[in-house]
Design a protein around this ligand. Structure first.
Ligand SMILES: Nc1ncnc2c1ncn2[C@@H]1O[C@H](COP(=O)(O)OP(=O)(O)OP(=O)(O)O)[C@@H](O)[C@H]1O
Ligand SMILES: [Mg+2]
Length: 276
């Protein structure tokens, strides 16, 4: 899916109608199949931007079009149909507590099902192998019949991500997918998301706090600060100075230098072994 935004402004999803926009006058184009990471300090407007692209928020000003279509000019039924082609993964997925994992994952496919099949799927998981396959990709297959409210935060986050693999979507909008994951699961999750999006030709827009992951796993980086787009560049052209400016008010969120800027780590001395 192709995204075109011109001077797009939007208010935070929870903000009052008269609040100042959390995203101001952002202009960019994202081509079908592109993979873009959005970085910036907490409060920069990343989630607001993602929700605006997901047609969950009408623009406060400016325009956004998806494959040339202006969503907010569509009749309600067509807007719903368009939303069915988008997959938004919130940082904390809203999962009904008593639902089984298998049902929660298969819910990703609901936009592609007719009404009766959707209702039936709430009672009977109609494609257990597909759910198992999606969960395996996020190392969670063993929890397939567990209740969602018995999962850890990181497991719930991975259920939310596994849904993407079932969704009939051509645009994935993923909000901080790694925030509750340990390093091994984070590596697996980002490899699965970027690999699967590439294989399917899906456009992938991901917000990330992990600048090193953004720079090494995405071709293009959009930097946001105080609701403003401060740069939009190929990852290889993002410099340490740009990152320091982007996080100037919150340097603690930037962490260490980006991997390709780090001096090679000296080889460790061999560990001394004591044999008894
Ligand atoms: N509940 C709210 N009501 C009104 N305004 C809000 C609310 N929550 C956030 N905002 C405003 O929206 C701005 C952008 O918030 P947003 O959640 O989009 O940022 P973010 O970059 O996703 O931050 P984080 O990295 O912490 O998730 C905030 O700086 C704040 O000014
Ligand atoms: Mg956010």
């Amino acid at each position: 899916m192709r995204i075109f935004a011109e001077r797009l402004s939007a208010r935070h999803p929870a903000a009052k109608a008269d609040a100042p926009p959390a995203l101001a006058e952002a202009s960019f184009t994202i081509e079908p199949g592109e993979q873009v990471a959005i970085i910036g300090a907490s409060g920069a407007g990343k989630t607001t931007l993602l929700h605006a692209l997901a047609c969950a928020l009408p623009p406060a000003a400016g325009t956004v079009t998806l494959d040339g279509v202006a969503p907010w000019q569509l009749p309600r039924a067509e807007l719903q149909r368009l939303r069915g082609q988008l997959f938004l993964a919130p940082q904390v997925p809203p999962l009904p507590p008593r639902q089984r994992v298998v049902t929660a994952v298969l819910a990703g496919r609901l936009p592609a099902l007719g009404f009766w099949k959707s209702v039936a799927s709430l009672f009977y998981p109609y494609d257990i192998p597909a759910a198992h396959h999606a969960l395996t990709a996020f190392d969670l297959a063993e929890k397939i019949f567990e209740r969602v409210d018995r999962l850890s935060g990181g497991e719930r986050q991975r259920v939310g991500l596994a849904r993407a693999l079932l969704a009939p979507a051509s645009l994935w909008l993923v909000d901080e997918p790694l925030s509750a994951l340990d390093p091994r699961r984070a590596e697996l999750a980002i490899t699965t998301l970027t690999g699967q999006a590439r294989e399917r030709g899906v456009t992938l827009v991901t917000t990330l706090h992990q600048v090193d992951v953004a720079l090494t796993r995405y071709q293009r980086i959009i930097g946001l600060a105080n609701g403003k787009l401060t740069f939009d560049l190929p990852a290889k052209d993002v410099t340490r100075e740009m990152l320091e400016r982007l996080y100037a008010e919150h340097p603690e969120e930037l962490g260490g230098p980006a991997p390709e800027l780090i001096d090679p780590v000296p080889a460790k001395q061999p560990a001394v072994m004591h044999c008894r």
